[in-house]
Design a protein around this ligand. Structure first.
Ligand SMILES: *Cc1c(COP(=O)(O)O)cnc(C)c1O
Length: 395
């Protein structure tokens, strides 16, 4: 704490201000450490903090208490040893790929992935000489067949975007053997599924989605074995895809209600999926809680606590019907190209998350021009059903 004296000039007093008096009572909510760096007493203290002999922080790009609080909370929820938070989901993926791969290495990935994930893997392949084999996530034998001595990583989504296919993680983990399995578990969250319990090595989240859960943060997190996380954290700082204290502080707050939110959205989504499946304007409904879903058997084994808040459905009228439906619902269930907000939102995979694919690639992934994705929020399920019904009635 800086002692100010009357002899200091106003400029000196102003520049060194901002401190509360020392106090012994602890804050009852976690403080925000919105600081670029941490002051050091002397060079000995620097050595002790760098070597890990003393607990401390130096520069926020390398580490910050809010980053550590959030990442270690997610690690605990996922049953992992350690975690690191990055600038966004894509930032966490970038740090991970840079830490685990080099030119000439090979990776195996599911063909159906979040659009930007597939785009990043193609970029690594085209610009950095990393070889990528895309396989059918529902065919563990294809993962096994793709593995070579150069294979350093396998990537899959536990619940896929946007068709909600549940990956058979134990079979895929067995198929890739000693190759680390990285699972994007953004849609499932640790409340529904803990991939590490089923053989995954690393679990990755866009914390911009459910972990924060209020649609006001960009953040990513990756958890797994301490040695890998230490390396990923180093690369995250080197490439500058580190998280910022405020985002981590916000997301830590979001985590406190995660189980309650996931329970609520799972129950509402199940009700709405059943309702939509009975509507004449609607073609296929994709929700793992429906008996007709392609991966219902995996869902029964792996998603034992509910199937989550995401569902997709086809409007029979294709793109024009989607446009009319979105316009009708703009005031109640907005078209917003994100998911897992507290409020319910609609999205259009062919025009947002998967617009970087060719029409043929989209068709191969089952993403048609009439496909709409619904991210069910915390509203009353009866209100949502009534609003969706009004939207369908105008088609
Ligand atoms: C949003 C999302 C990402 C990317 O995360 P950002 O935080 O937007 O960078 C990755 N995977 C899935 C499944 C997502 O929904």
């Amino acid at each position: 704490m800086n002692e100010q004296t009357d002899s200091e000039a106003l400029a000196t007093q102003a520049a060194r201000g901002g401190w509360a008096a020392d106090f012994v009572t602890r804050p009852s909510a976690p403080p925000l450490y919105q600081t670029t760096a941490f002051d050091l007493d002397d060079l000995g203290q620097l050595d002790d903090v760098v070597s890990g002999k003393s607990q401390g922080y130096i520069y926020t790009r390398d580490g910050n208490p809010n980053q550590e609080a959030f990442a270690s909370d997610v690690a605990r929820l996922e049953g992992a040893e350690a975690g690191v938070a990055c600038s966004s989901g894509m930032g966490a993926l970038t740090a991970t790929l840079m830490a685990l791969l080099k030119s000439g290495d090979h990776l195996v990935a599911a063909r159906v992935l979040y659009g930007r994930t597939g785009q990043l893997l193609n970029h690594l392949q085209n610009s950095f000489g990393v070889r990528v084999t895309f396989v059918d996530a529902n065919r563990p034998d294809e993962f096994a067949a793709a593995v070579t001595p150069e294979t350093k990583l396998a990537i899959v989504e536990s619940v896929s975007n946007p068709l909600l296919e549940v990956a058979d993680l134990p079979a895929i983990a067995a198929a890739v053997g000693s190759v680390p399995l990285l699972v994007d578990s953004t849609f499932a969250t640790p409340c529904l599924l803990r991939p590490i319990d089923h053989g995954a090595t690393l679990v990755w989240h866009s914390a911009s989605k459910y972990l924060n859960g209020h649609g006001d943060v960009m953040l990513g997190v990756i958890v797994g074995p301490s040695a890998s996380i230490r390396r990923i954290k180093g690369l995250s700082s080197l490439y500058g895809v580190n998280s910022n204290p405020y985002e981590c502080w916000m997301a830590s707050r979001g985590l406190r209600t995660l189980p309650l939110r996931i329970e609520r959205v799972s129950a509402s989504a199940q009700t709405l999926a059943e309702f939509l499946a009975s509507q004449p304007q609607v073609g296929r409904v994709y929700y793992p809680g429906l008996p007709t879903h392609a991966t219902r058997q995996q869902a029964e084994r792996l998603l034992t606590r509910g199937c989550g808040g995401m569902l997709s459905f086809e409007l029979n009228g294709g793109r024009p019907a989607v446009d009319a439906f979105f316009r009708e619902l703009a005031e109640t269930i907005p078209f917003s190209p994100t998911l897992a907000d507290a409020r319910t939102t609609l999205s259009y995979p062919a025009g947002t998350s998967h617009k970087f694919m060719t029409a043929a690639e989209r068709a191969a992934c089952g993403i048609s021009d009439g496909l709409v994705r619904l991210s069910v929020g915390l509203e009353d399920a009866g209100d949502l059903r009534r609003e969706l019904s009004a939207g369908l009635a105008c088609l």
